[in-house]
Design a protein around this ligand. Structure first.
Ligand code: MN
Length: 245
């Protein structure tokens, strides 16, 4: 099995190191990741400048671009083979509910999925990398499951509680929960007295009920949500068609 690994925290992040180490024992891996932290990059492509790929001393490739750029360049020009699986992460912090729309971690996996390759995004539910080795071991368990029952390609979003391996709960199929709208921006003054804005924290959970990713992780379980990309609002499509008739 050949696996392409990327992330959004950058090629130096502990999460991608732990993931690459865990997967190297069960697959041929190649790491192509952003040169800096691009969390929140979503599915963005860099169209206003060229991209360059460099190799670090540990063999990882790093790109002056977004997570989506990394997977896109790897699949369409850099690699001389087609990977069997794309894996992204392990992210520093959760990617649940509405987070998945902003996430660069999920986006890297999504780019593989859009090219017809099965893909998995891995995130740790709390910031700070505690028990990252347990999360990496769990990620390897999930990669080895293969998911033959799913029609390929598939796109899985995995959130792992920051717990020792032995204390991780069941691997549970979930749907995305929902958040309230994000908190307001944080206002400040720059050193020259001009007003600046920092993007504020995400909203609190609005739908974190049973069956959601939020609920599973709160119980100490490992959440896996199968994702799709079609944003069409099916109900409103019919309503709109009637309205226009
Ligand atoms: Mn991140």
């Amino acid at each position: 099995m050949r696996i392409l690994i990327s992330n959004d925290d950058g090629y130096l992040a502990p999460g991608i190191n732990a993931l690459a180490e865990a997967l190297a024992s069960v697959a041929d891996i190649v790491v192509v990741a952003p040169d800096s932290n691009r969390s929140g990059a979503s599915n963005s492509l860099s169209l206003d400048r060229p991209l360059s790929v460099q190799q670090a001393s540990n063999g990882f490739y790093f790109v002056n671009g977004t997570p989506t750029d990394c997977v896109h360049v790897a699949l369409t020009g850099m690699l001389d083979y087609r990977p069997d699986l794309i894996v992204s992460g392990i992210n520093n912090g959760p990617n649940m509910g509405d987070d998945t729309l902003y996430s660069g971690t999920v986006a890297a996996a999504t780019e593989g999925y859009l090219f017809g390759i099965p893909a998995i995004a891995f995130s740790q539910a709390e910031y700070g990398w505690t028990h990252i080795d347990a999360a990496a071991r769990l990620a390897r368990d999930i990669v080895l499951r293969r998911f033959d029952a799913l029609s390929a390609p598939w796109l899985l979003n995995v959130n792992i509680p920051n717990l020792p391996y032995e204390r991780l709960g069941a691997i549970t199929a979930t749907r995305l929960g929902r958040r309230h709208q994000a908190e307001p921006v944080i206002r400040a003054l720059d050193p020259r007295g001009r007003e600046i804005f920092w993007i504020g924290p995400p909203g609190a959970t609005r739908d974190a009920g049973e069956g959601t990713d939020f609920h599973a992780v709160a119980q100490g379980q490992v959440s896996i949500t199968p994702l799709q990309v079609d944003l069409t609002h099916k109900t409103q499509l019919a309503q709109l068609a009637r309205d226009l008739a």
